[in-house]
Ligand binder design. Structure first.
Ligand SMILES: Cc1cc2nc3c(=O)[nH]c(=O)nc-3n(C[C@H](O)[C@H](O)[C@H](O)COP(=O)(O)O)c2cc1C
Length: 184
């Protein structure tokens, strides 16, 4: 099968990682894939913050979980209360994806870049998970400052990255098929 189609079809969200750090060249390849995403008006309005400080990653997980625990949405509150839950699944690297506030379509462009990162990671044999729940963390200005973003950028989501734990990996999931209509 075509390699790109194969990567798209076999990628899964990875939530169990080996503890060792990934290689710098792997991060570079993943970022390279991200910056080749399409963007509205070709603005390329993204910024990527690579975080590998375990204490800081754990801190972000703790702060986010505290906020999640106060959510009115019960499944989010339950995750926030779950002592065993780590927001980034103890991944050794996280990458915060931020967008330029005044760009034409920053959120969409950053989403495209994020999907490229997930596919690139998978094609390199790495595991990755898109973490949208960091939206709770991003409401706290004092925490966002820790990303040292360039002026005029705001964080949208995070990608957790690491080598997948071979003992525990997800199987393919059923995809909804009845999602197409043709007009000829
Ligand atoms: C916008 C967005 C936000 C997501 N946020 C989270 C998250 O915070 N935590 C998590 O474990 N997975 C998160 N995911 C991953 C989804 O749960 C996952 O993509 C979905 O269950 C399908 O599984 P698959 O990625 O293995 O195909 C997110 C995915 C997207 C697209």
């Amino acid at each position: 099968m075509n390699e790109v189609i194969n990567a798209i079809k076999t990628r899964r969200s990875i939530r169990r990682f080996r503890p060792e750090q990934i290689k710098e060249e792997e991060i570079q390849t993943i970022i390279e894939a991200a910056i080749h995403a399409p963007s509205g008006h070709n603005e390329q309005p993204w910024h990527f913050t690579v975080i590998q400080d375990k204490e800081l990653i754990d801190h972000f997980s703790r702060v986010t979980k505290k906020l999640m625990a106060e959510s009115e949405i019960e499944w989010i509150a339950a995750m926030g209360r779950n002592e065993r839950f780590h927001l980034f699944y103890n991944a050794p690297t996280i990458i915060v994806v931020s967008g330029r506030k005044d760009a034409y379509s920053a959120l969409i462009d950053c989403s495209a870049a994020t999907q490229n990162m997930l596919l690139a990671a998978h094609s390199l044999g790495l595991g990755a998970c898109w973490i949208g729940l960091t939206s709770f963390l991003f409401k706290i200005e004092e925490e966002v400052k820790k990303f040292s973003l360039p002026d005029g950028y705001e964080p949208f989501f995070t990608v957790a990255l690491g080598y997948p734990d071979p003992a525990k990996q997800p199987r393919p999931i059923e995809r909804k098929r009845n999602v197409v209509n043709y007009i000829k």
